[in-house]
Ligand binder design. Structure first.
Ligand code: CA
Ligand code: CA
Length: 217
């Protein structure tokens, strides 16, 4: 009777080991099965549902700011880079502090771009505004692109809008989400900057961004 006991234990152990191996193998193949369709369908970031890209000419010193309002009234902008489910990657200020490290040397980054991504979607109307915060010359062509990323990338809006001088605020696009559907894409003017002014810090001391270390306006 005593001699019989180790055997069932060993059988349970080897069954467990075998099942664990099967589970690991299954997960290994599943992770590949999940990665491949994502790469093939051209998804940018599986966690982002929407992406708004604002671009102005390379090496241009002008500072353009992007403001996006969601249906709940949250507004994402350079002083509030997380609002609701929206995130602004960075405040691009033209050429100001726009440097990158390459092989130990610091070079100027010519790119002028601000990106806003949505982690999730809520029903209702969104507004995308662009603002000519600092102008150095004539009209500035600014490209605004709005993409819905899932289940596949679809273009909601793409256009070039001219900004005509310091303080110029334009509504690039307004659109309404209903579930996965995008409706009523239009550019009826709506001011967002004035709605954010209660948000602005009262101190005149420069704030340093925690992640990039760059000065915040
Ligand atoms: Ca900016
Ligand atoms: Ca820049």
């Amino acid at each position: 009777m005593f001699e019989d006991e180790p055997e069932p234990d060993f059988e349970i152990f080897s069954a467990l080991l075998f099942n664990s191996l099967k589970a690991i193998t299954f997960m290994f193949f599943m992770s590949f099965a999940m990665i491949n369709p994502v790469a093939e369908s051209g998804k940018v970031d599986p966690k982002a549902e929407m992406m708004i890209t604002v671009t102005w000419p390379d090496a241009n010193p002008d500072d353009v700011d992007t403001y996006v309002a969601d249906p709940a009234g949250n507004i994402v902008w350079y002083h509030r880079r997380e609002a609701g489910l929206m995130h602004l990657d960075r405040d691009d200020r033209g050429m100001f502090r726009d440097v990158i490290e390459l092989n130990g040397t610091t070079i100027e980054n010519p790119l002028n771009q601000e990106i806003i991504s949505f982690r999730g979607l809520s029903d209702g109307e969104y507004t995308v505004n662009i603002v000519h915060y600092i102008a150095n010359g004539g009209p500035l062509p600014v490209q605004v692109k709005v993409e819905k990323l899932n289940p596949k990338v679809s273009l909601v809006f793409y256009d070039t809008i001219n900004l005509n001088g310091t303080g110029d605020e334009r509504t690039a696009v307004r659109f309404t989400l209903e579930g996965q559907e995008v409706k009523d894409v239009n550019n009826r003017a709506r001011e967002l900057v004035m709605l954010t002014r209660a948000d602005a810090p009262t101190s005149s001391a420069p704030n340093l961004d925690a992640t990039s270390g760059e000065a915040v306006k």
